[in-house]
Ligand binder design. Structure first.
Ligand code: UD1
Length: 350
């Protein structure tokens, strides 16, 4: 378990996966410093984490408003605390936006991360857990996706993740003191069981579950189901949805692994459940959990979408001792709990 003397820098810690991970880090006794530019998040989420962690543990949490592209911000954070490891979530993640504004994505995700590597090196903190994505498998020819599959990106966002994985591998190869874990997330959904923290995207959601959630609370009229002619049982596409608390615990396991394994090198792990669920099955599960009808409209496929993607979970189990505990029922239950308590996310209705 984490010792109170160990400090973790969490970039993007005010975001969806960040908040849940920070809470779990505090719960196992780490000190945490968040740096976040609040581009797609709000500071209220950090306040909620403090409340959930309780007075004692929340003393171990510090928040910096800062941007990884700004070296002065990094200097401020690194010069004030000696970090034992960094969990790097910060980045832009909307596929459509990345196609429209590739420069923005390369600038934000690549420059931000290169700066972070630079400061980690400068201050002698060479342990990183990096937020990668199943997007690096592209349209997988085989499923489940195994970590040593050939990687492929389908859009600028995916390329930033792929390039950053390659950069991490090169940096570690050049200096074997580095220990880097690349965590490839499948489809993170759900919320903390309290319903106090959860996903709160700005604008119209791109991803399935936040969209369903907003239909359920009446913010959006209906869900467009992208594709009903896939070669799957019900014709809709299949993904590996994973409860965000499982994902958060996967980060704890990865941090522990990094501290205890000197020769980890730069190693990738899938964080998924290994089970595929179709879009229509997710809609049905959410309807059941919420008691709300989700009106749907069957629409053409979304360009670039794969038929079925799910994880091989063996490596994470064997090497990190981690596996997902929650199923689709709990994911929908907890997401609905968050949605019904916070229909407008962290903001009050405007
Ligand atoms: C998407 C990204 C992926 C990224 C991940 C981050 C694409 C092509 N991929 O994954 O790169 O890492 O989000 O969370 O965008 N769907 C609908 N209606 C909707 C929204 C989605 O039917 O309004 C369907 C999609 O077609 C897909 C499934 O729901 O079959 C899941 O979609 P989504 O939540 O966007 O995740 P991915 O596409 O798997």
């Amino acid at each position: 378990m984490g010792s109170e003397t160990q400090s973790i820098l969490v970039t993007g810690g005010a975001g969806f996966i960040g908040t849940h991970t920070v809470l779990q880090l505090l719960n196992v006794g780490f000190k945490v410093v968040i740096i976040d530019n609040l581009d797609n998040s709000v500071e209220e989420s950090v306040q909620r984490v403090r409340e959930l962690a309780g007075t004692d543990r929340s003393r171990n949490l510090q928040f910096y408003l800062g941007d990884l592209r700004n070296k002065e911000d990094l200097e401020k954070v690194f010069s004030q605390t000696r970090f034992d490891a960094v969990i790097h979530f910060a980045g832009l993640k909307a596929v459509g936006e990345s196609v429209a504004k590739p420069g923005l994505y390369y600038n934000n995700n690549l420059i931000g991360t290169l700066n972070l590597f630079e400061f980690m090196g400068k201050y002698g903190c060479k342990k990183m857990v990096f937020s990668s994505s199943a997007t690096v498998y592209g349209q997988p020819e085989k499923i489940p996706c195994v970590e040593d599959f050939q990687l492929m990106a389908m859009n600028p966002y995916g390329r930033t993740k792929l390039f950053l994985e390659e950069i991490a591998r090169d940096i570690q190869k050049a200096d074997p003191d580095w220990r880097i874990v690349l965590l490839r997330y499948f489809n993170p959904v759900g919320a903390h069981i309290s319903g106090q923290i959860g996903e709160d995207p700005k604008g119209i959601p791109n991803n399935l579950m936040p969209y369903i959630q907003q239909v359920a609370v009446g913010r959006l009229p209906e869900l467009s189901v992208f594709g009903y002619d896939y070669p799957t049982e019900d014709g809709s596409a299949i993904r590996d949805y994973i409860h965000v608390m499982d994902l958060a615990d996967g980060h704890i396991a990865a941090v522990q692994k990094i501290f205890t394994t000197a020769d980890i090198g730069c190693r990738a792990y899938n964080l998924g459940t290994g089970k595929g669920t179709s879009v229509l099955e997710m809609v049905a599960a959410f309807e059941k959990a919420s008691g709300k009808k989700i009106p749907i409209k069957l629409c053409p496929r979304r360009p670039g979408d794969a038929t079925a993607v799910y994880a091989s979970t063996e490596r994470a189990l064997k090497e990190l001792g981690w596996k997902a505990r929650y199923g689709v029922e709990e994911m929908c239950r907890d997401q609905w709990n968050w949605a019904s308590k916070n229909p407008w996310g962290y903001q009050s209705q405007t």
